[in-house]
Design a binder for this molecule. Structure first.
Ligand SMILES: [Zn+2]
Length: 64
């Protein structure tokens, strides 16, 4: 039995709070599955959060 939800879970994202501009955004896993990567929508500051071994269960981060 195929489960569509499992397939969709591969496109993981996390919510991140950009302290620089006080704005919340979702960022997505990069293509290598090694980190969440994105940028601030206002000042375009880059942020990347490495995914630890076994993955992180934390779904909310702050970019300070
Ligand atoms: Zn910013």
């Amino acid at each position: 039995m195929e489960n569509n939800q499992e397939i969709h879970q591969k496109k993981k994202f996390i919510g991140i709070q950009f302290e620089c501009c006080n704005v919340y955004r979702r960022i997505y896993v990069n293509k290598d599955n090694t980190a969440y990567a994105g940028n601030c929508p206002k000042c375009f500051r880059k942020v990347s959060i490495r995914i630890g071994e076994g993955g992180t269960s934390n779904r909310f981060f702050k970019a300070i």
